[in-house]
Design a protein around this ligand. Sequence first.
Ligand SMILES: NC(=O)c1ccc[n+]([C@@H]2O[C@H](COP(=O)([O-])OP(=O)(O)OC[C@H]3O[C@@H](n4cnc5c(N)ncnc54)[C@H](O)[C@@H]3O)[C@@H](O)[C@H]2O)c1
Length: 239
Amino acid sequence: MARYDDLKGKEVLVTGAASGIGRAQVIAFLQQGANVTGLDIKKSDVVDPNYSSIRMDLRNTDSLETFIEQCKFDIVCNTAGILDDFLSVEGTDYSYFSDIMKVNLDAMFLISKGLIEQDKPVTFVNMSSYAGLFASGGGVSYTTSKHAINGLTKEIAFEYGGRGVRANAIAPCLVKTDMVRDDFESGLDYRLAKKTVFNRYAAPEEIADLTLFLASDSSKYITGQVISIDGGYSLGNEV
Ligand SMILES: NC(=O)c1ccc[n+]([C@@H]2O[C@H](COP(=O)([O-])OP(=O)(O)OC[C@H]3O[C@@H](n4cnc5c(N)ncnc54)[C@H](O)[C@@H]3O)[C@@H](O)[C@H]2O)c1
């Protein structure tokens, strides 16, 4: 694992911290000597003196706003997200659409807004997706939310770069986590993995490695970007 000395002692927030990519990010930042707060609706199993875990439903906007008002973070990984059921516009009712947007997008907006209003330099690493770049990586709700995350990321980078704020998004494709557990149970993972040039899913730790780079001063001239980490999946596939 690369070492980023500037991450030592930084205050880091990770949402979606209890599993998958968020959990790997928590561990990666702790290994760099950062102080990490993990937020998730589920209980976290990570135990470390530099780790605090908060259980919260990101759809509870009042609790989220109050929490953010009381905190100071140098780095925020907006990682929590939920997949839809690959439903089309006609198959999606508004309350379902809205629920996906609340978790994937609205919470990210509220966290960003709360911290930007504190007028401190913050580095955001937002979790987009292959579905933020192409159709077919989800249904209309997930795909719309992930495209919107790219817009939010670029707008924050554009508006607040002069104040020392940086914002980038990561667009993974196939990562072996609970979110895609059904793919592994149905054998779909094997067929999808063959569409990458490496014939495999990514490990959550590989997304965490990119996160560290984007959070560190090593990427200090990179902002407003959506960075794919897809094993070449997008190079040669029909979308
Ligand atoms: N796994 C993949 O292949 C893949 C691909 C592209 C993008 N992503 C994105 O990566 C991010 C992390 O996903 P993952 O694959 O690690 O899945 P995951 O299901 O393992 O982790 C998601 C976490 O978000 C938390 N969460 C969900 N709803 C919440 C809520 N209302 N309030 C608080 N926490 C909530 C869950 O409890 C869970 O711990 C998501 O934004 C997802 O869209 C994943």
